[in-house]
Ligand binder design. Structure first.
Ligand code: TTP
Length: 632
């Protein structure tokens, strides 16, 4: 259920940037002959030409829709180009699209706090950048406004085509505007500059919404697509919401929205204005009631999180119709493949970004034989995540068996699985400064090898045998003996001790003399991690698999995340929530910064050495003139 967040005192400038038909654009960049052509990206599937997951605006002009399959799209638009999503391990491989998304994020993050919301969506908090522009180089001459900014759609302004650009230029420079509108105007100019840069540097177009909060920015970013931006001045919020159907709001797409329609007769967000806060609280509880009362007035305090990396990694596959899995051996075969990919992804996240995932969750869709319409769901299951492919495979299979056991309720009946996915979540940063130490300890030969197997295990790769693995203090990773397993409390205490003893032994064995300060640093970092894990409730006193809160939280995340697990055959990455970067600028060692991935490096270097003043007077090419206009 949505919760109202306290609002900030000062007006903010928030943008939501959404790439246009993203996978199509990535494919068009790979094959420029597709540019300007009706094109769709198709999910790997041999049934009726595969499912469309992204459709170019040219193809949309012919009536092609995402809900269609390839064969139907060909009927509607015989000239359409259908591009298959790359395939690896018998399923969609989204790495190409993911890294294209990262290129864009690296550019957008240069102007303010940036939250990667999905594979192709970003929120930006441009408040500081807008304030700075207002102080240093406020827009004061309509003729000097960047063309792309002058093409903004500003809610509440007359949209007469012949006069529109002139009106927008005048609005962006109004000397008598209040400070909120002035900031918004600067935000619109900054977003236009960023969109032009994204196009020039990546060849991708995007659309954006600019408003005083995340909710409004998101609601309008798709209003004028492709390659356009929409601005929401405070004065037009009420009119905009008055006609906005409740179901258009992300959080109202499900049961809550249906209840508003059925129980209160509310069809648009504006209709909510006729209910008092007390009435809404009475109906939906204190938090949700207040949240509804506020959104009716366009109020939302939700912050843009400072996060450029995904909040979880997920790999999934669907098995429709006759492809459903009906025995443990086939489930194991697929789970092994999904886990192998997941393992590679978390390993590369660790190597590149120094982040560790803590929780493994398994989701499945299952039906019992002869009970296809049963509403009972397969319970998602979670356990602490152990690094190393075979461990993840082993744990995922145990999670599956445990879930199936609960699902079948002791009935001896057949079943069939129509979807399987594994997710690594609760990802957090290794404290700053430890990355160079990790590299030192692992040695250059292990750069792409598993870095933190559990302390009790035999390394999977014999070539790693001589390496020392620096792992955060992590009780779950030390496997207890059988007798210890019977006593949860004892398990925690003993294993923690064993872990640190093993750790100390290995570290002292491998570090050259004179490295005591590094050891001290390491133990400090580990205890910080330990404390964090403890406070996150992840150090469990009971061994084994836990179904639990964790799983339902993971499910909530999955449900709410835009773009993670979007496709039916996918490998999604969810943006992270609570684990923001924990750097203190003064504490950053420049040597460590050099080791970070480029986009993060750029951001941190930006803090240390602020970027040059924006040249707001510069005039640039318009985005629509960059490529020939779409044919429809
Ligand atoms: P969207 O942003 O929903 O759509 P889009 O970028 O293709 O088009 P638009 O211009 O209307 O925003 O999704 C981003 C990408 O995510 C999309 O290009 C393909 C992928 N995707 C799936 O794989 N499956 C899905 O069901 C959806 C909705 C998207």
């Amino acid at each position: 259920m949505p919760v109202a967040r306290p609002e900030p005192q000062e007006p903010r400038v928030i943008a939501h940037v959404d790439m246009d038909c993203f996978y199509v654009q990535v494919e068009q960049r790979r094959n420029p002959a597709l540019r300007g052509q009706p094109t769709a990206v198709v999910q790997y599937n041999d049934w009726k030409g595969g499912g469309l997951i992204a459709v170019s605006y040219e193809a949309r002009g012919f009536g092609v829709k995402r809900s269609m399959r390839g064969d139907e799209a060909k009927r509607v638009c015989p000239g359409i180009n259908l591009v298959q999503v790359p395939v690896a391990r018998g399923k969609a491989d989204l790495n190409l699209y993911r890294s294209a998304g990262s290129e864009v994020v690296a550019i957008l993050a240069s102007k303010g706090k940036c939250e990667r919301a999905s594979i192709d969506e970003v929120y930006l908090d441009l408040t500081d950048a807008a304030k700075e522009m207002l102080l240093q180089a406020p827009p004061d001459s309509p003729e000097e406004i960047l063309i792309e900014a002058a093409k903004s759609n500003i809610l509440g302004l007359p949209s007469d085509a012949s006069e529109k650009e002139k009106i927008v230029r005048a609005w962006l420079c109004r000397p008598d505007a209040d400070s909120e509108d002035k900031l918004l105007a600067c935000g619109a100019i900054i977003v236009a500059q960023l969109r032009v840069r994204v196009l020039e540097e990546t060849q991708f177009t995007c659309s954006a919404g600019i408003a005083h909060n995340k909710m409004l920015a998101k609601l309008v970013s798709g209003m004028h697509k492709p390659a356009q931006q929409t601005v929401v001045p405070s004065s037009s919020v009420q009119d905009f919401l008055a006609s906005l159907p409740v179901k258009k709001m992300k959080q109202l797409g499900g049961k809550l929205g249906s209840s508003l329609q059925d129980d209160l007769g509310v069809e648009t967000i504006g209709d909510l204005l006729s209910f008092t806060e007390e009435k809404l609280q009475e109906q939906y509880g204190v938090n949700t009631g207040t949240w509804l009362w506020k959104i009716a007035r366009g109020i939302s305090g939700e912050e843009v999180e400072d996060r450029l990396l995904p909040k979880s990694h997920g790999c999934g596959k669907t098995f429709p119709g006759p492809k459903a899995l009906k025995n443990s051996a086939s489930v194991k075969g697929w789970l092994d493949q999904l886990c192998e990919e997941l393992s590679e992804r978390i390993q590369s996240d660790l190597n590149q970004n120094k982040r560790i995932a803590q929780t493994l969750t398994l989701h499945a869709r299952v039906s019992k034989e002869n009970e296809r319409d049963s509403v009972k769901k397969f319970p998602s299951k979670s356990c602490p995540l152990r690094y190393g492919t075979w461990k993840i495979q082993e744990d995922a299979m145990k999670l599956f068996e445990s879930g199936l056991h609960d699902f079948l309720e002791y009935q001896n009946t057949g079943w069939s699985i129509t979807s399987l996915s594994v997710t690594a979540s609760k990802i957090f940063d290794i404290p700053s400064g430890t990355s160079s130490i990790l590299r030192y300890v692992k040695g250059p030969s292990s750069a792409s090898s598993p870095a933190i197997p559990d302390s009790s295990s035999v390394p999977e790769d014999p070539s790693l045998d001589n390496n020392v693995y620096v792992t955060p203090s992590n009780e779950e990773q030390c496997e207890p003996s059988t007798s210890e397993k019977e006593d949860g409390k004892k398990y925690s205490a003993i294993s923690a001790k064993q872990c640190s003893a093993n750790e100390a032994k290995r570290i002292s064995k491998k570090f050259p003399e004179g490295t005591s300060s590094i050891l001290k640093f390491l133990s400090r970092g580990q205890s910080a991690l330990h404390e964090k894990r403890k406070s996150d409730g992840l150090i469990c006193s009971h061994p084994g698999l836990e179904s639990s809160l964790e799983a339902s939280r993971a499910e909530e995340h999955n449900a709410s995340a835009q773009g993670a697990d979007r496709s039916s055959t996918n490998c999604g990455a969810e943006p992270s929530g609570s684990n923001a970067w924990m750097f203190n600028v003064e504490d950053i060692d420049p040597a460590v910064v050099e080791e970070l991935p480029p986009e993060i490096r750029r951001e941190i270097q930006g803090w240390i050495r602020p970027p040059k003043q924006p040249n707001t007077k510069r005039r640039g090419s318009t985005i629509s003139s960059y490529f020939p206009p779409a044919r429809s």
